[in-house]
Write a protein that binds this ligand. Structure first.
Ligand code: PAF
Length: 299
């Protein structure tokens, strides 16, 4: 690397605040300079889906803060907390390229100091879909997001539609707790073959990567059948399940389906007939990797 490219790379690396005090100081400076604050909460292992959230914050002309924190309270004891990819150097470079201006990367002791005991418990939106298979997950998500919103105090926070249930739960939490922030949900970013981008895709072996397309195939099938005017929801969801198994078996694997559902896109209540805005959503386990994906369909 020559001196020019070296200084370019240095110039785009956003500073890292590791403490709440330092984060607040830098956010306050940005506010004093007349900037509005955008916030992209992440657990790191950033991909182009995260970059699209940062770019949305940039398009909204905000001073974009990205948090990188693998939140222990949203993982059950049997889940992948220890194995979750931690790639801070690459994440920092990606943040810089996408236009983030500050990274908040706290230690556990900053987010969950000794003796802390308060949790934010979501309502019935969290009792469906992923909530049934990951007990306590959304309580952990709400708790850390509430803390992060209190710490950063952004004007706008950006979340991905890939975690559709999470986005709805956070919107509800923000409304219910009267947290003064606008939540902007950004579209799913997909690989060229349709796989929804996810930090957990990094776990997939080459064979599993091919099998992982099963969710996108099944959701597309469900969407097409709904748009073609089919009304039998059970038949549609069972054909989606069949499609998941077909794709995975075709690529020589086995799959366990957590759920495949067609729900109201706002309340998440299952639809027994097609109308209005629906969320087609699924979660599957391929090998050790749990993948989720969804599509919105308006009828
Ligand atoms: O979507 C995620 O990456 C996490 O659930 C979040 C919102 C950063 C909270 O830890």
């Amino acid at each position: 690397m020559n001196a020019d490219t070296d200084s370019f790379h240095k110039a785009v690396l956003p500073p890292i605040a590791a403490t709440i005090a330092s984060l607040r100081e830098q956010v306050q400076k940005a506010r004093q300079a007349g900037r509005t604050i955008g916030f992209v909460p992440t657990m790191g292992a950033l991909h182009d889906g995260h970059a699209s959230l940062i770019e949305a914050a940039k398009s909204a002309r905000t001073f974009c803060v990205v948090s990188i924190y693998v939140n222990p309270t949203q993982f059950a004891p049997n889940e992948d907390l220890a194995a979750y990819p931690r790639t801070m150097d690459a994440d920092r470079a990606k943040c810089g390229r996408a236009g983030a201006e500050l990274i908040f990367a706290p230690a556990d002791s900053e987010m969950y100091p000794l003796g802390e005991q308060t949790r934010v418990k979501p309502g019935i939106l969290a009792d469906r879909m992923c909530g049934l298979f990951r007990p306590g997950h959304f309580e952990g998500v709400c708790t850390v997001v509430a803390k992060l919103l209190n710490i950063v105090q952004p004007d706008i926070a950006f979340f991905g539609q890939k975690d559709a249930q999470q986005a709805l739960i956070i919107q509800k939490m923000v409304d219910d707790l009267r947290i003064p922030v606008l939540i902007q949900v950004c579209p799913i970013v997909r690989e060229a073959d349709g796989l929804a981008m996810s930090s957990r895709n990094a776990y997939l072996s080459p064979e599993e990567r091919r099998q992982a397309l099963c969710l996108n195939h099944a959701l597309t099938l469900g969407r097409d059948r709904l748009l073609a005017g089919e009304k039998d929801m059970q038949s549609i969801t069972s054909s989606m399940r069949d499609e998941i198994c077909r794709v995975v078996h075709f690529h020589g694997g086995t799959v366990s389906i957590d759920y495949v559902e067609i729900n109201d896109a706002v309340t998440l209540v299952p639809r027994d007939a097609p109308f209005g805005r629906m969320l087609l959503a699924g979660a599957v386990r391929i090998g050790k990797t749990r993948l989720i994906d969804n599509m919105i369909v308006d009828v």
